[in-house]
Every structure is written in structure tokens, then in C-alpha cells.
Design a binder for this molecule. Structure first.
Ligand SMILES: [Zn+2]
Length: 192
């Protein structure tokens, strides 16, 4: 799964549409009901088995120049109520995920970053940052790319545009840098 760039000109209009689509408030018991999970975009599915999670945690290593975005992503997915632990790898554990960089080119079809899953037993997945598309971008853009890819490592698919999501196929402008209500709802459905 890859991340590309797209301009979303009117986020306010998206929010307005969401509110208009909601039914009127009913009993007080419903007023704090959690946001419902969102479907995946065409053909994608969310399953715990398609992730870097192993035994309720992701043990990670890193070999990337994008330390700030990496740290941002790890912190963003340890939100209040998160159940999957994200911890540095140790000698006694299996390395589930490595952050690394590569030269992927600047072409329109080249991703900004990608999550690459290795389906082998005790295998290490990768989050790979394309230096050619990361360098020179704002920290918010880089943070968005890193948090998005870690969302994939946590099993999340791409989401349609009708609700604000870190897991839109493209990086929004301005970038969304943390899991949104929908993203947390999908995370909870996978991991609780
Ligand atoms: Zn993606």
C-alpha cells in the first residue's frame, strides 16, 4: 500500500456533510456513542493477520533519517485506549517492524512511503520512506506519511473521503497527522 499526494481543497465541506448525514440526537445514552468504523476502499480488507502485530505488540527497529516523523507516528498510535504496544526491539524478542529509507524516485507513481509486509513466520515487516519524496517536505507532511504507514502496520486499510481519516489513500493538504475518530474505531474493531 502506498501513499501519494493530493490536495483536498475543502475539509470544512467534508465535515459539514458528515454532520448533515447524522440523525438528530435522540436519548442521552446515544449522545456519547463512539464513531462507527468505516469501510475500506475498493477491494481492501482489514484483518489482524495482515499487520505487523505479534502477540499484542509491535517490536520495532529503525534505520531511518526521519527520526522526528518515526517518533511522532509511534506516539500517535499510543493514544488513550490503544491496546497494541509499540516498543523497541530487544535481544529477547522478534523484530516485527523496521523503519528504513530508500531512493524511490520523484515520478508521479512513486510513493512517498510504503508499508511492506513479509508474510513469513517471525518475519520483519518494513516501513520504507522514499527519500526522493520526503526530503524538502514539511514536518507535517512527513509526520502524516509516517503515521499513515504505521496505521497499515497496525492492520488498517485505506478509507474513503467521506469522513476525516489518517488512512485516506493520499496525503491531504493540510496533512492529517494523527488517527482520527474513524481510525480509532477501526483500530478498536481489530484489536479489542
Ligand atoms: Zn496507504
Amino acid at each position: 500500500m502506498t501513499t501519494r499526494i493530493r490536495t483536498v481543497p475543502n475539509v470544512a465541506a467534508v465535515i459539514a456533510t458528515v454532520f448533515l448525514a447524522l440523525p438528530p440526537p435522540a436519548a442521552s445514552a446515544h449522545q456519547h456513542r463512539a464513531t462507527a468504523p468505516a469501510p475500506c476502499v475498493g477491494g481492501e480488507r482489514e484483518r489482524p493477520g495482515v499487520s505487523a502485530v505479534d502477540d499484542g505488540e509491535i517490536r520495532w527497529t529503525e534505520n531511518t533519517r526521519y527520526d522526528g516523523p518515526r517518533k511522532h507516528a509511534l506516539k500517535a498510535w499510543q493514544f488513550s485506549g490503544a491496546t497494541i504496544e509499540l516498543r523497541p526491539d530487544s535481544a529477547a524478542t522478534v523484530n516485527d517492524l523496521e523503519f528504513r529509507d530508500y531512493d524511490g524516485g520523484r515520478g508521479d507513481r512513486a510513493p512517498v512511503a510504503q508499508y511492506v509486509r513479509d508474510s513469513g513466520t517471525a518475519a520483519t515487516d518494513h516501513i520504507k520512506f522514499n527519500r526522493d519524496k520526503m526530503d524538502g517536505r514539511s514536518l507535517e507532511f512527513q509526520n502524516s506519511a509516517a503515521a499513515h504507514e504505521l496505521g497499515h502496520a497496525l492492520g488498517l486499510c485505506h478509507k474513503p473521503d467521506r469522513a476525516l481519516s489518517l488512512m485516506w489513500t493520499d496525503i491531504a493538504s493540510p496533512p492529517i497527522i494523527t488517527p482520527q475518530a474513524v481510525d480509532k474505531a477501526n483500530y478498536r474493531r481489530l484489536w479489542s
